[in-house]
Design a protein around this ligand. Structure first.
Ligand code: SAH
Length: 261
């Protein structure tokens, strides 16, 4: 890289859940200034030829189960390009610091003596439920939410505490561990009728929402052929979804007779 900007540096940009509308002004500016962009599969990368004209665009995306470039490899690439004088933008899906390994990439830059800044993004944990009409908090329904990774099954202690909190639970990377999650929540006392929504590919043309209750969701997900990427929302707030399918309407009707919301 020629190094248009003298000394190299890295900007970690949270690209939001995939739609241009949900990118930050700072993120768009950083992309316009980039010499090199390293982007993830879930980042809004189709926009890059327009947002970063002239930059070298490198796909470091990881599909579930496939790792074309390791995390360490990504960090080395980022540092190498910055060392040669480039402004490297590391474009990540959602927010870099929400289950995004942004912290590791910042530490790697610091260890290499490369200046690094982080631009927060709109996390899918909030924006994907919103795209399905689900607010994570709602007066009188839930005044908290917990965001957890479903990458690995939760421990019994974690499940017990989650059920005990009684607030909204948001799970990222949770499609493959869904059966263990719902069985675990039930085992620790979660009511069978608590609604759960799975929102796939939020903010895209293929967005799809599957809604059921805790006891029915594994069958409903299998029937709907649910796959990653998806955000799971567990809690009464799911009843507030206003663009639901038949199952959602049934749950909403039942909720109206049970709860005053
Ligand atoms: N840092 C990211 C999360 C990275 S983990 C953020 O703040 O959003 C990747 C997980 O995010 C996916 O497995 C999925 O659970 C969720 N995700 C990201 N974008 C999504 C989208 N457009 N639709 C549905 N889920 C999405």
């Amino acid at each position: 890289m020629s190094g248009r900007h003298g000394a190299g540096r890295v900007t970690l940009v949270g690209g939001g859940p995939g739609s241009e509308e949900l990118m930050t002004v700072g993120g768009v500016r950083a992309l316009a200034d980039a010499d090199v962009v390293l982007y993830d599969r879930l980042a809004p990368h189709t926009l890059l030829p327009r947002l970063s004209p002239g930059a070298l665009l490198i796909d470091v995306g990881k599909k579930p189960g496939h790792h074309p470039i390791s995390q360490h490899g990504i960090e080395l690439l980022m540092i190498d390009h910055a060392r040669s004088g480039a402004h490297v933008v590391r474009l990540k899906g959602g927010d870099p610091y929400v289950l995004g390994r942004g912290g590791e990439e910042v530490l790697a830059c610091r260890a290499a003596g490369i200046p690094v800044t982080v631009l927060s993004g709109v996390t899918s944990a909030i924006a994907v439920p919103a795209a399905a009409g689900i607010p994570l908090t709602h007066r009188g329904v839930s005044h908290m939410f917990t965001v957890v990774s479903g990458h690995d099954p939760l421990s019994d202690d974690e499940l017990r505490h989650l059920v005990g909190l009684g607030g909204t639970i948001v799970v990222l990377m949770g499609v493959s561990t869904l059966p263990q999650l719902v069985a675990g929540l039930r085992r620790h006392g979660m009511t069978a009728t608590i609604p759960i929504a799975i929102i796939e590919r939020g903010h895209s043309d293929e967005q799809k929402t599957t809604i059921s209750d805790i006891d029915g969701i594994v069958d409903a997900a299998a029937l709907a052929g649910v796959g990653a990427p998806a955000v799971l929302v567990i809690g009464e707030v799911v009843r507030l979804a206003h663009d639901g399918n038949d199952e959602a309407d049934r749950i909403l009707r039942r909720a109206e007779s049970l709860t005053e919301i």
